[in-house]
Design a protein around this ligand. Structure first.
Ligand SMILES: NC(=O)c1ccc[n+]([C@@H]2O[C@H](COP(=O)([O-])OP(=O)(O)OC[C@H]3O[C@@H](n4cnc5c(N)ncnc54)[C@H](O)[C@@H]3O)[C@@H](O)[C@H]2O)c1
Length: 348
């Protein structure tokens, strides 16, 4: 049996708990080091995951210098993804990084370059691809059931869901609001199902109408420095397809409007994420098909995500979510902000 991949985690906060469960489940990898700048986060890790105290570090440089690692898993706020990923590549590691990949397309380009120079994989943790819905939709596309996708819409809306935890609302740490936190999930899934067509232009609008004022939400509105609490975009692709995206942390909408969804229409059939449906003509009728026995994927999407990364490393396969794809998503998100500011369509 080959030796297990040695994994070091940076940023032991909220999402890291899900990653740790994913690593613990994986037979081909083991978590051997954890780094967090906050003592409490490190101590909680010891308690919750039984990590040895000498495997804990308060800075990534020390961890990378002292421990021999194959993989670095980055679960810190967005603004330090680039710096940490490049350091991990320079230490010869493969990198799994949380979404959004970075806070600008240029940062993402630098990460891709560093990965190439180190000859290591960069995977962005776009977890929706690894759930039952994501895998089923992709299987329908791969089977040729959908045909050419020419129009779609994707949304991830919350009515009163500004994060009161972490550093999401702090512009310096996060770089953006719901666009980077939520929109990125559904946009990635839509683009993945469309085979990442080349985006040409984006018309976007961003709004900050609710989250910077007192409300029933628990966050401190005075600390709200990200540009938007709601954003909408319309994207044109070089192949003629178009896609709209909407995302919010705070919006005056009913419960029925909240949650995430992706709808994509091809010339042979349509797809819907929630509820999971294939829509097509059969025997002179337009039929909604819903899987009764869904595709077989791990119940926990983070387990599936990490298993895909480990398999790619061990079998020499391409990254399951490569930086080049994340770059397209990032260009579009940046385009929504730029277009919102300019008040007109922008090239991306
Ligand atoms: N996939 C998902 O569904 C999902 C959900 C939530 C968050 N995320 C992403 O995960 C990332 C982290 O979010 P979170 O909710 O876990 O945040 P969090 O604030 O709960 O945790 C981040 C941790 O990183 C630590 N940290 C910050 N800078 C560091 C540094 N330079 N070195 C070491 N540790 C550092 C903090 O001390 C904190 O413990 C973000 O990029 C976010 O977008 C993804």
């Amino acid at each position: 049996m080959t030796e297990k991949l040695r994994v070091g985690l940076i940023g032991a906060g909220g999402i890291a708990q899900h990653h740790m469960a994913g690593w613990e489940e994986n037979q081909d990898a083991e978590m051997v080091a954890i780094c967090d700048i906050k003592r409490k986060a490190r101590e909680d890790t010891v308690e919750r995951w039984g990590v040895a105290k000498d495997a804990l570090f308060d800075g990534h440089e020390k961890m990378l210098e002292k421990v021999e690692l194959d993989v670095v898993d980055i679960c810190t706020p967005n603004a330090c993804h680039k710096l940490l990923a490049i350091a991990a590549f320079e230490a010869g590691c493969h990198v799994l990084v949380e979404k959004p990949v970075a806070i600008s397309a240029d940062e993402c380009r630098a990460m891709i370059k560093a990965g190439k120079e180190a000859d290591r994989l960069l995977m962005v943790a776009q977890v929706l691809r690894f759930g039952v819905e994501g895998q089923t939709l992709r299987a329908w596309v791969d089977a040729g059931l959908v045909g050419d996708i020419y129009w779609g819409q994707c949304s991830c809306l919350r009515a009163r869901g500004v994060p009161s935890w972490g550093e999401f609302i702090d512009a310096e740490a996060s770089g953006g609001g719901p666009c980077y936190d939520l929109g990125v999930h559904v946009l990635d899934l839509a683009l993945h199902l469309m085979d990442f067509p080349e985006p040409v232009s984006v018309s976007g609008a961003t709004y900050l109408e609710l989250a910077d004022k007192p409300s029933l939400m628990k966050h401190d509105p005075a600390k709200y420095t990200v540009p938007e609490d709601m954003a909408a975009g319309f994207i044109r692709f070089a192949n003629g397809a178009t896609l709209s995206v909407q995302t919010s942390w705070a919006l005056n909408v009913t419960e029925a409007a909240v949650g995430h969804n992706v709808i994509l229409c091809g010339d042979k059939a349509g797809l819907q994420y929630s509820p999971l449906t294939l829509i097509r003509e059969e025997n002179g009728m337009l039929v909604n098909a819903t899987p009764q026995v869904p595709v077989d994927v791990p119940g926990d999407i983070f387990v599936g995500e990490i298993a895909a990364f480990v398999e790619a490393i061990l079998k020499g396969k391409p990254s399951p979510v490569p930086g080049e794809q994340a770059l397209i998503t990032q260009r579009i998100l940046d385009g929504i902000y730029a277009s919102g500011q300019a008040g007109e369509e922008v090239e991306v």
